[in-house]
Design a binder for this molecule. Structure first.
Ligand code: NAD
Length: 302
């Protein structure tokens, strides 16, 4: 038997994810606070409810896909006289949050849900809007083994890879640790290409060496920040995302929060967060994060 899913947050990611659940035969009750998102959902065949409480009251699973942890915690608890989702749901409901939020917030959301008599899983994603549409997202899941097994069939429809990372918050932890590696490595690859340019080394020569040597990494071999060596990388289409600078800046700021709260003696992570913060304060917000190379080149003179 398939769950009834309340799908809250029908934005860039949530919209197409909800479509895939409907196509797979799940009963979905969607809701978003923005009317245009509701209209788009209706147009793509996702049934929408009159409000969040209406969506949640008949649901077995409450899936949230919100911008930040503040939105998740406020919605769970309710605010400004609005009833919270935890109070509106029937006992034992699965609260499945797929938003990217702080690890501490994910743990808080889980204890709120469990204290209210529900179940909870954090399952942030990577793969972007393209992955959401194609149903090829990667889900990084935090929660009990039994709850992981319970949500797995649902995640398998929206994604191609579903990894149980550990207890509550571990999904968020895996996501920000991965993106910390990615943010730092993209800056390193970009600095190396600009240095190569200054030294008269061709992009292709540097790529041919580093891609088969110890400099090899995803930022180089899949998302190469210069056009040419990897024809499918965003550099070949004017840095259209891809993975937008705004999202990299967001994820790195979550990583910095976690670095600070755990006391890790990190230096590269906070620096990468600062670099991407500047990038995303301008046109970089909507460009692929590999466009950071143009900032580095521009600041390097002629
Ligand atoms: P988005 O802003 O397009 O969508 C979020 C939606 O949530 C909005 O439509 C907003 O109106 C709605 N919302 C907010 N509060 C609500 C509430 N209380 N009730 C109902 N709806 C509410 O954002 P997105 O790009 O879809 O991203 C969603 C999450 O996924 C973010 O946490 C983001 O970091 C993460 N993420 C995004 C991408 C991407 O490529 N866009 C990739 C991986 C992860």
């Amino acid at each position: 038997d398939k769950y009834t899913v309340a799908f809250l947050g029908l934005g860039h990611m949530g919209g197409p994810m909800a479509v895939n659940l409907v196509k797979a035969g799940y009963a979905v009750a969607g809701f978003d606070v923005v009317p245009a998102a509701l209209d788009a959902a209706t147009a793509s065949g996702v049934p929408v409810a009159a409000g969040a409480v209406e969506a949640v009251s008949g649901a077995d699973v409450v899936l949230t896909m919100f911008p930040s942890g503040r939105h998740v915690l406020d919605a769970y608890r309710g605010r400004e006289g609005q009833p919270g989702l935890l109070a509106a749901a029937k006992p034992g409901t699965m609260f499945l949050d797929c938003s990217t939020i702080n690890v501490d917030e994910a743990r808080e959301a889980a204890s709120l849900a469990i204290d209210a008599g529900h179940r909870s899983v954090d399952a942030p994603v990577s793969g972007g809007v393209v992955g959401a549409e194609a149903g090829t997202l990667t889900f990084m899941v935090g929660g009990d083994a039994a709850d992981f097994e319970a949500v797995r069939p649902l995640l398998d429809i929206m994604g191609k890879r579903v990894v149980h990372c550990g207890a509550h918050g571990a999904g968020q932890a895996a996501k920000i640790c991965n993106n910390l590696i990615l943010g730092v490595s993209m800056i390193a690859v970009s600095e190396a290409f600009v240095l190569g340019e200054k030294l008269g080394l061709s992009h292709q020569a540097l790529f041919d060496v580093a891609s088969a040597a110890s400099g090899q990494c995803w930022a180089l071999t899949t998302n190469c920040p210069v056009p040419g060596p990897v024809p499918t990388s965003p550099a070949n289409r004017g840095y259209q995302p891809g993975f937008a600078g705004a999202l990299m800046a967001k994820d790195l700021s979550l990583a910095v929060n976690a670095l600070n709260s755990t006391g890790v003696a990190a230096r590269m992570g906070p620096l990468a967060a600062e670099i991407y913060g500047t990038f995303a304060a301008g046109e970089g917000a909507g460009r692929d994060f590999s466009g950071i190379i143009t900032d580095i080149r521009d600041m390097s003179g002629r």
